[in-house]
Design a protein around this ligand. Structure first.
Ligand code: FES
Length: 170
């Protein structure tokens, strides 16, 4: 067991994933290329990436925390503070914008009673703006987890929110 594995990291990564990352980092020339993979794994396990997650990533990859932090804060799908169970990434790039993303943004804010960057009081939804999600054919679109939804209308937003609320209750 390495010194990293002997630290208490189970709330950030399961032991097997941690061991695999350590092994892989030792085998490749530029472990830095794994930063997003490690951060995403921590986020998937913990829900978001706390400072300890940045430090753990740096330890695994032989980097400084600041090198990891630069990537973590640049990449908008890595959450450096707690988020809701469902993070709604609403595209505000040109195809979605010309097809009504502003109206969908206003509707989502009204229905959820939050602004961009906020989480609903029940902890279920966080609303974030996003650059192009790569699914312009279904503009205006959102991404939730790794799934895309669109073209959105207020009715479809209602259906989506209702179905996610049901899922949360199940
Ligand atoms: S512009 Fe919205 S998905 Fe591309």
């Amino acid at each position: 067991m390495t010194s990293i594995e002997s630290q208490t990291t189970s709330h950030l990564l399961d032991q097997q994933t941690l061991a695999e990352f350590i092994q892989h980092a030792g085998e490749i020339e530029h472990p830095r290329e794994m930063i997003i993979d490690v951060l995403r794994a921590i986020q998937s396990h913990h829900g978001w990436v706390p400072d300890e997650g940045v430090e753990l990533t740096a330890s695994i990859l032989g980097l400084t925390p600041i090198e990891v932090e630069e990537i973590a804060t640049f990449y908008d799908k890595i959450f450096r503070r707690p988020v809701g169970r469902f993070v709604i990434h609403l595209c505000d790039s040109v195809c979605c914008w010309v097809r009504g993303a502003d109206e969908i943004a206003a509707y989502l804010k009204k229905v959820l009673d939050i602004e961009f960057g906020q989480t609903t009081a029940d902890g279920l939804f966080t609303l974030l703006p996003s650059c192009c999600l790569g699914c312009c054919g279904i503009a205006p679109a959102v991404m939730i987890r790794q799934e895309f939804f669109g073209p959105l209308t207020p009715e479809k937003v209602d259906e989506l929110i209702t179905s996610l609320r049901k899922e949360a209750l199940a």
